[in-house]
Design a protein around this ligand. Sequence first.
Ligand SMILES: *Cc1c(COP(=O)(O)O)cnc(C)c1O
Length: 482
Amino acid sequence: MLEYVSNTGGGKPVNFETAILDGFAIDGGLYVPTALPQVSPQQLEQWKSLSYVELAFEVLSLFIDRSIMSAAELKQVLNTAYADFEHKEIIPIHQLKSRKDTYVMELFHGPTISFKDVGLAFLVNLVNFFLQRKNERLSLIVATTGDTGPATAYFSAGKSNLDAWILYPKDKITEEQERQMTCLPHANIHPVGVANCPEGSDDLDEVIAKLYANKSFKNKIKLGSVNSINWGRIMMQTVHYFYGYFHVIDKPGEKINMSVPSGGFGNVCAGSLARKMGLPISKIIVANNENACLHRIFSEGKFSKEEYVETPSSAIDILIPFNFWRYLYFCVDQDAGKIKVWLNEFQTRGTVTFDKQTYKNYSSGFLSYRAKDQETLDLIAQIYHDEEYLLDPHGAVSVCATDVYKDTLSGEKTICFATAHPSKFPVAIGDALKTQNLPIAAQHPSIEAQKLQCEKVYLCDNKHLESALIQAMEANWDLVNK
Ligand SMILES: *Cc1c(COP(=O)(O)O)cnc(C)c1O
């Protein structure tokens, strides 16, 4: 049986269902499978023409024991999850004309038009499936840099067995993203706009960690999380690496590169694990904006927290890429003791410098880059003028990084990930194109529709967020369980 353990070594191995419903492991670590399944060249050959949902079924079946979910149940959850995507391919791939062998993977055709839909569509439906089966209720809590919140809200709305509490840093996300959370009428959706978050959603993650550590509260209201601390997100996100790969290659075995705009490292963690499972990825390019913790990790061998900077690609304004620790676990022979020591060092000293061997082990096969704001905006304008294709600021960060490394990458195809629809970032697009008059490509009907709806939201100051949340969440729990 495939089991899951904490990457910091605490607690006992658990089954897949427990790992998903718990979110964090009991010691506050991140769940990882005890072994990474391997994909053979024959399997790659068999999978190459599958649709996204068919491929997801094959990949996920490597991680989920049939005793936990039957094939029919897994198919059912997958079909429900992706029914609301606007594009029949789920993740279409566009070839750029202005660059050789360069593709854009459009991860924004879900209902809230960002890449977060891809992981959360499945995970939230899966959580509700398990809860219905157990006849239990859960209070989900997530922090968002602007896209996790809307996707969690959309997929949780009206679900029978869960409440969703969604914390966002007020004034650090776009109005469009905010309305995607606050315009839902459903009684089980609870957006919380939090003032005074100098470090954005990292401040909110801290409060969530405290709530998790408060065992009596956690057990009373059955706390769970679908942030990318949840293994289900990482597992699901491995699928689009396989899917994109099959879409652009001539034949299985060919090596290609992937460039990923990165914040919490959830997406890249998934890609790195897909590569360790046997997907022939040559280089993974970790694309940062000015908040460049990951770039420091991969270029200097140093995990350190620096000052928070607001950028046009606000969904990746993240200071602490916690999913790096999940990937690192697989680069140090699954030695949880080492991860624990480094995490303690980071907590006490604010910085960790990795030894040469560790650095070599985790950084091989990666390139990284820190894109400046102006460079990102200029690239949006350039591609729009050259070929009338409009990237959002995050997709632009991934193409900037690819441009910088074009000599290293030449001879192989590269897929750049476009993780959001430009209509979520109208101010940045206006700055890039130097006009208030945005083109049709910068609009989306769902964003237009929500402008006419009322908002429903809790507002709270970060100073007393923890106690205010305990009160509100307990009151709601008593109400719905009366
Ligand atoms: C969340 C997000 C990312 C970063 O993903 P991570 O898994 O946190 O690295 C990139 N782009 C957009 C638009 C996002 O919403």
